[in-house]
Design a protein around this ligand. Structure first.
Ligand code: FES
Ligand SMILES: [Fe+2]
Length: 390
């Protein structure tokens, strides 16, 4: 059996044991988190600077860049980013501001630049797929400048495990493998580079911590999602592993208990478990039904009460027949309803009540080890950055 199937077998065994015992992977204690952690604007600013701007973020999927010249431009936090696959097949990321006087060299969006050139809309300076300044309109009249110094400002960018990881601060070059702590090996089992991107949409959510609190546990599945993802998933049952700040957790599908009656050598773990990979601080890869996956990237939005989510609907292979297209559509609709209309709708209400002082602290149960891990890592990274600055 291939290694990845062995991993899934182990996970299925762990979940089945919990299911039979009425237990779940747990933290040692209940953890209390003062609600100030969700409200304090200084703390939020520090988190944006120390968590989101200093470490690699998963900004896009490799499959969005199928060929040289494939590009995507997006504004993340306040940073305009242009990603492009070069002729050498490497994806690079740049700050999307022209070095003449700052215009974005292309509009936010995505596409294929067959010429692998980007011409600034202001005075038509031209950049290539490596960000080099290759053309200046009226160059002989402009005066003496060193073009080699006037390439687009490059950001650290790595393509790992079917994802494009970018660090938003120029000059910072974190080691991606070190940052991922082996999480990449887990994500590799999904083979993200070979899926089909069925849909991509962006929508607003509540503040980033309220939003992630919803992504990171299965305790609420049946109460919040009885007609969508809760239909397929056993609530409050989880196998949990961590990789530095990142996490992989596994839920049982409703038919998990059937495994007890099937000889192990006949198990098909994918039919009974549901893997979720959570890349700190902005990525969720969630397999809900076999052959379908939601890849969500969540970014702080206009203020501490808002986020923007880019939700990618992935299908294992391009749907061709009417039945395959219908199945993809059903999954896609379910993903949108479960996240936007169920999780985020509730999240906005939580967000609106935060300042009421009805709670001095929020509680993360022993059965919510994922949330405990997430919040501890936010604090740890902010403290480390503070210590470095001191
Ligand atoms: S700002 Fe881009 S060419 Fe002038
Ligand atoms: Fe949810």
């Amino acid at each position: 059996m291939p290694q990845q199937d062995q991993r899934k077998m182990d996970l299925a065994r762990r979940l089945l044991r919990h299911y039979q015992a009425g237990t779940t992977d747990s933290a040692p204690d209940v953890m209390a988190m003062p609600v100030d952690a969700y409200l304090d604007p200084d703390r939020y600013r520090a988190e944006v600077d120390q968590v989101f701007k200093r470490h690699p973020l998963a900004l896009a999927l490799s499959i969005e860049f199928p060929e040289p010249g494939s590009w995507r431009a997006m504004t993340v936090l306040d940073v305009p980013v242009l990603m492009v696959r070069g002729k050498d097949m490497r994806v690079r990321a740049f700050i999307n501001t022209c070095r003449h006087r700052g215009a974005p060299v292309c509009e936010n969006g995505h596409g294929l630049a067959r010429s692998r050139k980007f011409s600034c809309p202001y005075h038509a300076w031209v950049y290539d797929d490596r960000g080099r300044l290759t053309g200046m309109f009226g160059a002989s009249t402009f005066g003496d400048v060193d073009r080699a110094d006037l390439g687009l400002t490059e950001l650290s960018c790595d393509e790992v495990s079917g994802l494009i990881w970018v660090t938003l601060t120029p000059g910072l070059r974190p080691d991606i493998r070190q940052w991922l702590h082996g999480f990449d090996k887990e994500v590799d089992t999904l083979d993200l580079g070979n899926w089909y991107l069925y849909d991509q949409r962006a929508f607003e959510g509540p503040g980033w911590k309220v939003t992630w609190d919803g992504y990171l546990e299965g305790y609420h599945q049946e109460a919040v999602h009885p007609e969508t993802v809760g239909k397929n998933t056993i609530a409050n049952l989880m196998a949990h592993d961590t990789y530095g700040p990142h996490q992989r957790f596994v839920f049982g599908r409703k038919n998990l208990g059937q495994l007890a009656d099937i000889p192990e050598d006949e198990w098909v773990p994918d039919d009974h478990i549901r893997l979720i990979h959570s890349g700190f601080p902005n990525l969720s890869l969630s397999g809900v039904i076999g052959g379908f996956c939601l890849a969500s990237m969540v970014f702080p939005g206009k203020d501490l009460e808002h986020t923007v989510t880019i939700q990618n609907v992935l299908v294992h292979k391009k749907p061709e027949t009417e039945a395959e297209i219908e199945a993809a559509e059903v999954f896609s609709r379910m993903g949108l309803i479960a996240v936007r209309d169920e999780d985020y709708d509730l999240g906005f209400k939580i967000q609106a009540g935060l300042a009421s002082k009805g709670n001095q602290a929020f509680l993360f149960g022993r059965n919510e080890p994922t949330l405990q891990h997430f919040h501890k890592w936010i604090a740890k990274l902010c403290e480390e950055a503070k210590a470095e600055a001191a």
